[in-house]
Design a protein around this ligand. Structure first.
Ligand code: SF4
Ligand code: SF4
Length: 93
């Protein structure tokens, strides 16, 4: 098939996006979580996912993947004070 034969040119397969380096991290007090998922929706880089296991209250809780920016959106939206956010500081040269 060529661009002159009128056929559609297939797009190249999408390359999986490499996760960006993390600029922050979380301590997650998972047993305080009530599973509302507000944090998952609020996270701009979408690096929070809900666990498949349950906490001691019987709720799924968020788990952190790579790429956290330390923006604190999850901390601000969580009604149950589950998150402590820490930002990495660049190494001094
Ligand atoms: S600090 Fe920001 S980027 Fe990191 S998990 Fe929370 S909402 Fe997502
Ligand atoms: S916002 Fe808080 S209570 Fe809701 S799922 Fe996230 S950590 Fe759990």
């Amino acid at each position: 098939m060529s661009e002159h034969d009128g056929g559609a040119v297939p797009n190249p397969p999408a390359r999986p996006r490499a996760p960006r380096p993390s600029r922050g991290t979380l301590v997650i007090a998972r047993d305080r979580c009530k599973g509302c998922e507000l944090c998952v929706e609020a996270c701009p880089p979408r690096v929070l996912t809900m666990s498949s296991s349950l906490n001691e209250m019987g709720y799924r809780y968020p788990e952190l993947g790579p790429g956290c920016t330390g923006c604190t959106a999850c901390q601000m939206v969580c009604p149950d004070f589950v998150f402590s956010v820490y930002r990495f500081t660049p190494a001094a040269h």
